[in-house]
Design a protein around this ligand. Structure first.
Ligand code: IVH
Length: 696
């Protein structure tokens, strides 16, 4: 900006500073509070710079409400985070009657019920909305939160207060009561809202679920108040005293407190009855005033629910029986080969956009090379696309009659479309992989995406688009670079700010989000490394088993020798067999992975962060927390599976084989070689009764 552009007189300058202060304040509000910016970051920055330039020329005119006086870079952070006292879980899915039978059979096995014993359940619609947790203290609604990642959600209390279906006070409720349920929008309300949106020139929502989510996550609750949101209550979170002894009883209590409970919930005494309810609700689905995507079956008795407990992210006592997917036909325009984090080549179909059950679909997965061959999917074909719940749309079949006469079979490439390296497909595997490793930009970029993802480092503001941007501009080539992005002289910031869409506010927000994640738990850290076959559950087991990054690192180095005790220990961890163990050990054995991990830890430490040791799941007051336990033989008070689950919930590590590191071997009737091995190694052997006495 040249000096000539600046106002010449004090009167002009004062007038412009006044105008700028008001304008910038208005944009701040639009951006931070309404989440609806009217101008680009670059335009915003230009206003701030002009304000600063005028102030530099006329220092005496700096206003009390000048934008330059407001705390530099202070960013309204959107919603506050809420840590759920009890995690908000998801549900396992059943897709057919056999899955439901298996669900019931699993419960029987777990509880040790015999085949004749019935499992009373409640069947109720699975509402397609978003789950929320409502906290009441002393009978007053004090806090409401979204599910978030299940452990931590967003505080949307003010917005929830605008819902007519939410009772602000409860009569005769325990001191602490968390009610969980689903916020949704009816089909009619959704259509009316979209008509209003369009009339106002705003973007319409894709479906009622998105509309509900968008409305609940408004930073200004006055906006939420204009949105027609509804609520069904269906479960409990933390409670200071029991409120019911069964699910059906709970539903009645919820109703008594003034919550809406789904009117289609029905008690069922058997799998057959459950399936009949599913059939019935499914047939009437289109006539319901709101979207549902299945029927949830819940074990009715709370004492049984308590014994069944949870695995990973879902309860053992409930399952969602999904409705068949919705389908539509459309034309396949192209097949793109994408390269994933582990180099896997995945064919993706680009489609003529088509509405599938209320959602516009323009891409679908074709899974792998064999799948394309088996279905003989060709560019130009008319295909049947299906969508099931949250699953990525899939191509089910080709409509043969509609195939153009000149179509040719699709030839799957044997080179990586991104880096040109050979793409190999080992004997017996279905996946073809690029052999370029970290030199392949696609793989490096996908690893970064995985790294910043929600279950991993969860760096807010570094989404898909930004990872590509930061990578392509050369700012970030690996995870550690993220933590060095904000270097001391902030020169990178200036560089970044030269790009469209990256103003000071965006970069400040980004840096704050990165700094906030420089300290992270071992579970997330291990998951974020993107080791093949190490998903969330395996990462958690590794973290809890080894406790710290240094212990894990040392153990993996030792386990490289497959004859070692370290290898035996690794493969004794629940669900880690030799194949997965091999992938984990290989990861840590590779030099560039070791360097990358060390580099990452150093970059995090430079920001004052680090990797936090994994805590045992429950307080260390449990006498078995951190102990390695082996169960063997037939138990009488509970099944072996239930015993293991209980031990894990007390913080014990349940392992499969006895070694010198085992703390206890619990022997039931007819215990075999493991009991003998324990005696040989001098490991403490407990009877079932002794174990029960120890764990209370
Ligand atoms: S029970 C511990 N009941 O489905 C399980 N969930 O896929 C608590 N949902 O996150 C959930 N209708 O958002 C339950 N009648 C219902 C439901 C329901 C919809 C949602 C809920 C949950 C998701 C799991």
């Amino acid at each position: 900006m040249s000096a000539d552009d600046l106002p010449a007189t004090e009167i002009e300058a004062a007038a412009e500073l006044k105008r700028l202060a008001a304008e910038i304040a208005r944009h701040d509000r639009a951006y931070h509070q309404l989440a609806a910016p009217e101008i680009s970051d670059a335009e915003y920055d230009a206003l701030v710079r002009r304000n600063a330039a005028i102030e530099a020329r006329f220092p005496a005119l700096v206003r009390a409400d000048s934008p330059s006086r407001r705390v530099g870079g202070a960013v309204a952070e959107g919603f506050a985070k809420v840590r759920h006292r009890l995690p908000m879980l998801s549900l396992d899915n059943a897709f057919d009657a056999a899955d439901v039978e298996e669900f019931a059979a699993r419960i029987r096995r777990f509880l040790g019920l015999d085949a004749a014993e019935t499992i009373p359940m409640v069947a109720e619609p699975k509402i397609d909305g978003l789950s929320i947790s409502l906290r009441y203290e002393g009978g007053t609604f004090v806090q409401g939160a979204t599910r978030g990642d299940g452990a931590e959600g967003e505080d949307v209390t003010a917005n929830l207060r605008t819902l007519a279906d939410l009772p602000p006070t409860l009569v005769d409720a325990p001191a602490v009561l968390e009610v969980r349920g689903e916020v949704y929008m009816t089909k009619a309300d959704f259509l009316a809202l979209n008509r209003r949106q369009e009339a106002a020139g705003d973007k319409p929502f894709a479906n009622p679920r998105n509309a509900a989510a968008g409305s609940l996550r408004q930073l200004d609750s006055r906006v939420t108040a204009t949105r027609p949101l509804s609520l069904f209550a269906y479960a409990l979170g933390e409670v200071s005293a029991p409120v019911a002894d069964s699910h059906r009883h709970l539903l009645r209590r919820l109703e008594g407190w003034g919550f809406k409970v789904n009117p289609l919930a029905r008690p069922v005494a058997s799998v057959e009855e459950a399936l009949a309810v599913w059939q019935d609700i499914g047939e009437n689905r289109a006539r319901l005033p709101y979207d549902i995507d299945g029927v949830v079956y819940k074990v009715d008795r709370f004492d049984w629910q308590g014994r069944l407990g949870f695995k990973d992210r879902s309860p053992r006592w409930a399952i969602a029986h999904k409705f068949p997917a919705e389908q539509a036909r459309t034309r396949l325009k192209a097949i793109e080969i994408q390269v994933g984090r582990t180099g896997a080549l995945t064919p993706v179909a680009h489609l003529e956009p088509v509405n599938v059950g209320g959602v516009v679909v323009s891409r679908a997965t074709l899974h792998n090379e064999d799948e394309v061959g088996r279905k003989d999917v060709r560019v130009g074909d008319t295909v049947v696309v299906q969508r099931a719940g949250d699953v990525i749309p899939q191509i089910v079949a080709v409509v043969a009659e509609k195939r153009p006469p000149d179509s040719v079979p699709f030839v799957f490439p044997d080179t990586c479309p991104v880096c040109g390296s050979h793409a190999a497909r080992p004997e017996g595997e279905v996946i073809r992989r690029c052999t370029g490793g970290l030199t392949c930009p696609a793989q490096a970029m996908e690893r970064l995406r995985h790294f910043v993802g929600r279950v991993a480092f969860d760096i807010e503001g570094v989404g898909e688009k930004n990872v590509v941007f930061l990578w392509e501009k050369g700012y970030v080539h690996g995870p550690a670079d993220l933590f060095r992005l904000e270097d001391e002289d902030r020169s990178r910031l200036q560089k970044l700010a030269n790009f469209e869409g990256w103003g000071k506010r965006s970069t400040d927000k980004l840096f704050a989000a990165i700094r906030a994640r420089a300290r992270i738990g071992l579970e997330r850290f291990v998951y974020a490394l993107g080791i093949r076959q190490v998903g969330e559950a395996t990462a958690r087991r590794l973290a809890r088993h080894y406790g710290s990054l240094s212990a894990l690192d040392a153990a993996m180095a030792a386990a490289a020798d497959r004859e070692s005790e370290a290898w035996a220990e690794l493969t004794s961890i629940e669900d880690i067999g030799p194949v997965v163990a091999g992938d984990i050990v290989d990861f840590f054995a590779e030099a560039h992975n070791r360097t990358a991990v060390a580099d990452l830890v150093a970059a995090m430490a430079a920001l004052g962060g680090g990797v936090e040791d994994a805590a045992a799941p429950t307080a260390s007051t449990s006498p078995v927390a951190g102990k390695a336990v082996v169960f063997t033989g037939t138990l009488t008070a509970m099944t072996r599976q239930e015993a293991k689950a209980r031990a894990e919930s007390l913080g014990a590590k349940v392992v499969g084989s006895v070694s010198k590191k085992t703390d206890y071997v619990v022997v039931g009737a007819d215990a075999g070689s493991k009991a003998a091995e324990a005696a040989r190694l001098g490991v403490t052997v407990l009877s079932e009764a002794e174990w029960l006495a120890l764990t209370g």
